[in-house]
Design a protein around this ligand. Structure first.
Ligand code: SAM
Length: 261
């Protein structure tokens, strides 16, 4: 008997996936801090970013994807001069509420990365794009343009710190979400939905059954390094889960540090 192989359609990103602001809708953002758990996340990262910034003598820091404001708040409390920004109005409202609750006076903007302009914002010793945010851009050319925008915000010799989930491991079938570093919330599980080389869907399921999804582009660490080079950066360091020696197929998150070449 002849057997026919069935080719399943491969999901690709559509306009809705590319609309990150739509993905961070009110209901999901209301639960963002429950998902990340600020205290446990702070314990997981320790002083990693503070130490990197201090080592580079950074003082003025731009948090380009602040989300609910976790890193901006941490760095402001540590004495850095922080400006926070995000393109999602819902996230910006959440960050604003968090800063007010903590009595932190952090300038906060709602700009898409493609609109960032040093004439409006000034220049910085460091730009941060953390929490696996950059993968919201699906198009390689657009990612390089955004990296150039980040570069324009940097003073000479400034530092870009950018992290991503480890999509190399994920695409190789090693997805893990240890709950130790970024998404630390108790009673929230993170699993994978659709996965292929051009789309990765994360499914966040809360203890009460509420379920939210984020659909992103699974950018590989090597690809990000190439795009950083194409945007005029040299990569000065890479870490897996905050360690300089790591297993590239086991770490949950990969962090890159880069400086204008
Ligand atoms: N950094 C925060 C954290 O670690 O909790 C938030 C991370 S969240 C996964 C990604 C953030 O990037 C969202 O707040 C989203 O609105 C923002 N973002 C994604 N694409 C963006 C763009 N093109 N311009 C500005 N912000 C963007």
């Amino acid at each position: 008997m002849e057997t026919k192989s069935v080719r399943l359609p491969v999901a690709v990103a559509d306009g809705l996936d590319q609309d990150y602001a739509r993905q961070y809708h009110e209901d999901f953002v209301k639960r963002w801090d429950e998902l990340i758990d600020w205290n446990k996340r702070a314990q997981g990262e320790g002083a990693f970013f503070i130490e990197r910034l201090l080592r580079d003598g950074a003082c003025r820091v731009f948090d380009a994807s602040t989300g609910s404001g976790f890193h901006a708040a941490q760095l402001c409390a540590a004495g850095f001069d922080v400006v926070a920004c995000d393109g999602s109005p819902t996230m910006v409202r959440c960050a604003d509420a968090n800063f007010k609750r903590r009595g932190l006076n952090i300038p906060l903007h709602c700009y898409d990365w493609r609109e960032l302009d040093p004439r409006l914002l000034g220049t910085f010793d460091a730009v941060l794009c953390l929490g696996s945010s950059f993968c919201h851009l699906f198009d390689g050319g657009e990612r390089i343009d955004v990296l150039r925008q980040f570069r324009q915000l940097l003073k000479p010799g400034g530092t870009l710190l950018i992290d991503q989930r480890n999509f190399q491991a994920i695409l190789a079938g090693h997805f893990s979400s240890s709950g130790r570093y970024y998404y630390c919330g108790k009673g929230v599980s993170v699993s994978l939905g659709e996965l292929n080389p051009s789309l990765c869907e994360f499914v966040y399921t809360f203890a009460d059954g509420a379920c939210y999804r984020l659909r992103v582009f699974p950018i590989l660490p090597s690809q990000l390094r190439q795009e950083l080079a194409a945007a005029g950066f040299s990569v000065t360091g890479s870490w897996g889960d905050f360690a300089s020696v790591y297993d590239p197929l086991r770490a949950d998150f990969i962090i890159h540090q880069a400086t204008p070449a």
